[in-house]
Design a protein around this ligand. Structure first.
Ligand code: GLY
Length: 366
């Protein structure tokens, strides 16, 4: 019997990757892992977003380990989340837990180590049948996509399109050490300049033919323009103006949850693109996280970083009682999952996932 080789066989035309928005029924998802994680060096674009009280920790521990107690508890929470999705009939796959506590260098600079493979949302921008590897601005994340290459090669063999955005050089000229850590959205002084395109995929959210992006300390306008030109005429990429003192990742700020339902951060979004005029737009309640909960790389607003299993069912951090009530009142079925240890590492359910396949098609919601 002839063996079909999908890499060379022109008859293989379907893709195992197909995901156009944040809410179609989920069929396959990548859930990150904390195995091998390292404390990133406190370079300019890291210092711009880590909570001020954590800067010493990063300076002292760059290239080393996070506290073992936190990583163990977070790893257990990730397993519970993955098990929940599996129990709902979703195929869950995991990246490789590469050892990030190893120094590396390019011809231009060196880093005491990497970061992790916990947040696939940052690394992989999935638009339709295409996976785009992000040109990330943190030097510690330069090789982060390697943890996904086993999965990506499998998707490619089975028909997915796969591209890496131009690999940035991340020279000193990309960084502005005098970035504005109060109102970068007013002064335009972000931690990254426009020296070359950089973006994290998590600075984009997808609503079919329309994608919404924010300028952040890691995503520059050149990066957004690269995505716009790469996607071409089938998509529209809109810039959302956000008043965030430490912007990095749009998904704790601006979250389209379902057709006609947009969740906003009440402290950050000042103007909503007019295409949402007919949508029901609501502001999330304040996070319930205790003030003294240790967060290394985000604000407590990662409470908003929820994850849609389909347009009704939403995974929410179990301690976020006000948000749970709010989403139930809005007509959602809430699936509460404990995740307070994972969020120490910079993201919640939306960040730790990349939705590889959702059952649906490319359409316009506006
Ligand atoms: N990176 C999103 C936040 O910290 O709120």
């Amino acid at each position: 019997m002839a063996v079909v080789d999908p890499v060379t066989d022109p008859a293989v035309t379907t893709s195992p990757v197909e995901s156009y928005n944040e809410w179609d029924p989920l069929e396959e998802v990548i859930v990150g892992t904390l195995g091998g994680c390292a404390v990133p060096a406190c370079e300019t674009a890291v210092a711009a977003v880590v909570p001020h009280r954590q800067k010493d920790f990063f300076e002292r521990n760059a290239g080393g380990a996070f506290p073992a107690e936190y990583t163990a508890r977070a790893a257990a929470e990730l397993e519970d989340f993955a098990a929940l999705l599996t129990s709902l009939g979703v195929r869950v796959v995991r990246p490789d837990a590469l050892d990030q506590r190893r120094p590396f260098a390019t011809p231009d600079w060196s880093s005491p180590g990497g970061l992790y493979s916990a947040m696939p949302r940052d690394v992989l921008l999935i638009v339709g049948d295409t996976v785009i590897e992000s040109p990330m601005a943190w030097r510690s994340r330069y090789f982060e996509a390697h943890a996904y290459r086993r999965l990506l090669m499998d998707y490619f063999r089975r028909g997915a399109k796969w591209i890496s955005a131009p690999r940035p050089r991340l020279l000193d000229s990309l960084y502005d050490e005098d970035f504005d850590d109060e109102r970068p959205y007013r002064s335009g002084r972000y931690a990254t300049t426009e020296a070359e395109p950089t973006f994290d995929a998590a600075d984009f959210v997808r609503c079919g033919r329309d994608l919404f992006a924010q300028r952040s300390h890691v995503t520059n306008l050149a990066g957004i323009e690269w995505v716009r030109r790469h996607l071409g005429d089938s998509y529209r990429v809109h810039l959302v103006e956000v008043a965030d003192h430490a912007p990095m990742h749009i998904d704790a700020t601006f979250m389209p949850l379902a057709p006609g339902k947009l969740l906003l951060n009440p402290e950050r979004v000042k103007t909503v693109p007019s295409c949402f005029d007919s949508w029901d737009i609501r502001f999330a309640p304040q996070p319930a996280l205790p003030e003294d909960h240790v967060l290394y790389m985000s604000s407590a607003w990662v409470s908003m970083n929820v994850f849609m299993v389909d347009e009704r069912r939403v995974v929410v951090e179990a301690g976020e009682a006000p948000l749970i009530d709010f989403l139930q009142d809005w007509g959602f079925d809430v699936l509460p999952v404990s995740f307070r240890n994972v969020i120490r590492f910079g993201g919640c359910f939306h960040c730790v996932t990349a939705d590889v396949r959702r059952r649906g098609e490319l359409r316009s919601y506006f």
